[in-house]
Design a binder for this molecule. Sequence first.
Ligand code: SF4
Length: 263
Amino acid sequence: MDVNASTLNQYTFCPRSIYLSRVLKIKARPTEEQTRGLVGHAVRKELSMRQARLLGRIHHPDELEILLLQELEQIMQDFPHIYKNMLKGVNYERFIPDIKTEVLNEIGTISTKLGLLVEEIGIEKALKLITPWRVEYYIKSDQLAITGRVDKVMLEDTYIPIEIKTGQPSDGIWKGDRLQTCAYAMLLEDKFNLKDPIPYGFVEYTRIQERRPIMTTEKLRREVIDTRDAIIEILQGKIPDIGPSATDKKCKSCGYKEICYEI
Ligand code: SF4
């Protein structure tokens, strides 16, 4: 039985949601906030994936903003086709104008930060720094009983996983994102039979054009394994309690909130 690395993240949100989605196979009805989040995720992720290509076209940092703005127009046309499966059955069209306005505002920050990087180290080095070796790279490990699709894999002295986050960044890094990114590092080590551990991965926050490192410590690696085992117990039929409480913010924003309390 394999556990997807994204399920490690889901576990930290709520273990019971894993039982409802994976064991009972109940499809959550997306809340307004979640539907909006899906559109925002698709548009921002696409912009992040295309950055290296755009950077490769410029001769001066001042050209970046206009290229990003033009690319956003293209993305607004492309994303429903690329994320067709994710958006299947979701009435998302009404959120498009708002999301576009938000991302238009974020492009100022993105182009400023990318421009500063180019000014500091030059286009060639900046390109090397932001161009992934692979994107959406699928890995399965029988040894770890974990699978995952890594958003970006960088190839430096070793393989470095990057998890893209398109939501509002917090001050630190959410526990779930730490587990997911660490699991990707462990998957890459196993896939390429690496003798040395991958020392870190990154979470990339697209709204602020920032990568935050996650050290793949022994403690975090152990937590990945412990969480994997807890998820396997759920997949085998263990029903997690409702929690943390009925009034909790998580339950209020959860697509299972109606059905969850009846089971
Ligand atoms: S309603 Fe609350 S307890 Fe139930 S799955 Fe959602 S977050 Fe978990």
